[in-house]
Design a protein around this ligand. Structure first.
Ligand SMILES: Cc1cc2nc3c(=O)[nH]c(=O)nc-3n(C[C@H](O)[C@H](O)[C@H](O)COP(=O)(O)O)c2cc1C
Length: 199
């Protein structure tokens, strides 16, 4: 399976980076191929420019798409599976990743109409996984309704019908890492095998 990991964390000393390392290992162990879009390392531009909005806001498909966006779309077309890995910041993904959706999910590609007036061009991807670390424990995020909101936005809207199978795993409780680390590492360590079920 070709696996694209879209990763959004600015710091290599982070817990989320440890998860990335383990995730990469478990996927390669199962002989899948990986590309990583490390958005901070790429210095990925998350703000939509005035020119880009001209294309997006008015669905003007004749206007050009930026090179960095084309490169991300190329990775999507290569992938059978996309994993979004990030820390929960203010009940959502970091702005860098939100900007990836704003720009890479361009009109005529991820939604809206192509030149024939029919469908989007983005291929349907077999499996999409949203994997996020969160300071609060999952049961607390469920109790206050935030887990449901995050799933609603990431799974139902951003992944939407673009993915055949979709899942969100919240690695919660990182405020007390020693308590949750073993469970998290076990979950992440099994992801490589889980992907093999979709191959
Ligand atoms: C700016 C910021 C906002 C955060 N907002 C939330 C939040 O809304 N809910 C939550 O459970 N944890 C929140 N956290 C905690 C992170 O999710 C936690 O730091 C992350 O799971 C693991 O940390 P690390 O990868 O940065 O080491 C926030 C952290 C930061 C820095």
């Amino acid at each position: 399976m070709n696996v694209l990991i879209v990763y959004a964390h600015p710091n290599k000393k982070s817990y989320t980076f440890q998860i990335l390392e383990l995730l990469t290992k478990t996927i390669l162990n199962e002989n899948h191929k990986i590309e990583i879009s490390d958005l901070y390392a790429l210095n990925f531009q998350s703000d939509m420019t005035e020119e880009e909005y001209e294309r997006e806001g008015f669905a003007n498909l004749d206007l050009p798409i930026s090179k960095d966006v084309i490169e991300e779309q190329r990775k999507i077309e290569w992938a059978d599976c996309v994993i979004f890995l990030y820390p929960v910041w203010w009940s959502d993904c970091p702005a860098k990743l939100k900007g990836w959706f704003d720009r890479v999910y361009s009109v005529g590609y991820a939604y809206g109409y192509d030149e024939d007036g029919k469908t989007q061009k983005m291929k349907t991807i077999k499996y999409g996984l949203v994997l996020c670390t969160a300071g609060h424990p999952v049961n607390f995020l469920e109790k206050i309704g935030i887990a449901k909101s995050m799933k609603n936005i990431m799974i139902d809207d951003r992944l939407g019908k673009r993915f055949e199978h979709k899942e969100m795993i919240i690695l919660g409780g990182t405020l007390n890492k020693e308590l949750v680390k073993d469970i998290h590492f076990k979950i992440v360590g099994n992801i490589g095998k889980k992907l093999s079920n979709y191959s």
